[in-house]
Write a protein that binds this ligand. Sequence first.
Ligand SMILES: NC(=O)c1ccc[n+]([C@@H]2O[C@H](COP(=O)([O-])OP(=O)(O)OC[C@H]3O[C@@H](n4cnc5c(N)ncnc54)[C@H](O)[C@@H]3O)[C@@H](O)[C@H]2O)c1
Ligand SMILES: NC(=O)c1ccc[n+]([C@@H]2O[C@H](COP(=O)([O-])OP(=O)(O)OC[C@H]3O[C@@H](n4cnc5c(N)ncnc54)[C@H](O)[C@@H]3O)[C@@H](O)[C@H]2O)c1
Lengths: 202, 202
Amino acid sequence: SIPDIIVGRLPRYLQALQRMHQEGRHTTSSKELGDRLGYTAAQIRKDLSQFGEFGKQGTGYSIPFLIGQLQTILKVDRMWDILLVGAGSLGHAIANYNGFANRGFRIALIVDNDPNKIGTKIANFVVQDASQVKALLFGSGIKIAMLTVPASNAQAVAEELTNAGIKAILNYAPVPLSLPKGIHVEYIDPLIQLQHMTYYID
Amino acid sequence: SIPDIIVGRLPRYLQALQRMHQEGRHTTSSKELGDRLGYTAAQIRKDLSQFGEFGKQGTGYSIPFLIGQLQTILKVDRMWDILLVGAGSLGHAIANYNGFANRGFRIALIVDNDPNKIGTKIANFVVQDASQVKALLFGSGIKIAMLTVPASNAQAVAEELTNAGIKAILNYAPVPLSLPKGIHVEYIDPLIQLQHMTYYID
Ligand SMILES: NC(=O)c1ccc[n+]([C@@H]2O[C@H](COP(=O)([O-])OP(=O)(O)OC[C@H]3O[C@@H](n4cnc5c(N)ncnc54)[C@H](O)[C@@H]3O)[C@@H](O)[C@H]2O)c1
Ligand SMILES: NC(=O)c1ccc[n+]([C@@H]2O[C@H](COP(=O)([O-])OP(=O)(O)OC[C@H]3O[C@@H](n4cnc5c(N)ncnc54)[C@H](O)[C@@H]3O)[C@@H](O)[C@H]2O)c1
């Protein structure tokens, strides 16, 4: 099975290729893709070779073909519905976020546990009652949640979500989550990128 | 000079080591650190060897020593002041974010261009006028900005910021920025992590 560190790079390849395609490009090389992403050509070739023979020596990679292959591998050749948990400031921002468009995801349901927020409207959504999440998810096909609750509640809420059938959580709260094996967790931690940048500042 | 792909991993090593230290741990091995991060032991040793001889064969790495080394390399053994641009929903969330604590950063200044927001209070900040950013930054020592303005304004605002002396931008808006060489840009793009997770969902 493919190492997770490689799987994590594939969405970046996909994004770079989609942008090149929007620019009217049809073919690329591992060197060019590497230059765009800050990876070596050797890294790109090694990563992509895990999934098949995508490029031909001398002619490079077909961009539309590679996009299709990556969308299939990452399973984003379909639309995934997302549960947003926590309708506060960050929840409002995500409800209105345009970045999901054409990349395989959309917010489908928003929940909160504050009675003053339940029943109110955000973007095109009516905020639902978080205590009903198991019933709300039943038959919905929703397997992914974005967690935008206070840090002190994040672990407890994440456990409830996995009990309710959620398989993957994107956590914005600044706490690590401890969940059963088989539940996938990723984090949005701006400190990682901030500390990456200070390396370069004089 | 160290490849950027390695620099990008160092904040994750630092975070894992800081958590182990909080758990009372004093030494670790490349295997253990790798298991925590999803990297191979060989990758960890190879990355860290770029910066010196940090570990001893057989005795592993000293956690406090390695934390100190990484903080020095990433220059987070000091406090960096951040300019937050865009006091909307996401800006409010970041103004109140607890995740900066003890990791070398703090929000120092918030600006917006909406007259209804300028002069209002968010957390302990009074929102300042974005059109005055050059004067506000003069002598402030602020070199880093977090960008939380609408996507349609992000490029223009980023250019203004670099003209005003900002050297690094963490961009939350879903658009790539085109800025002079020497200006460092990182992105918060939840789609990358979402697409990473769908690989694993049946
Ligand atoms: N990673 C990032 O870039 C980033 C940036 C800003 C904020 N944050 C984090 O995002 C989270 C939300 O921040 P915010 O400013 O929107 O906070 P907020 O207080 O405005 O909103 C939190 C919401 O969660 C709701 N909530 C609390 N417990 C709940 C539960 N058990 N079930 C459902 N809803 C619940 C609250 O009622 C509230 O509406 C915090 O953890 C914050 O630290 C992350
Ligand atoms: N990466 C992520 O995880 C994520 C999540 C949610 C939203 N976003 C993005 O964050 C950005 C902000 O989202 P939001 O929901 O807070 O939007 P918002 O409309 O609530 O806030 C935007 C703010 O920017 C201000 N602004 C506009 N032009 C400006 C300028 N030239 N100078 C200074 N301030 C200016 C506006 O007055 C407003 O207060 C958007 O680009 C959105 O797509 C990113």
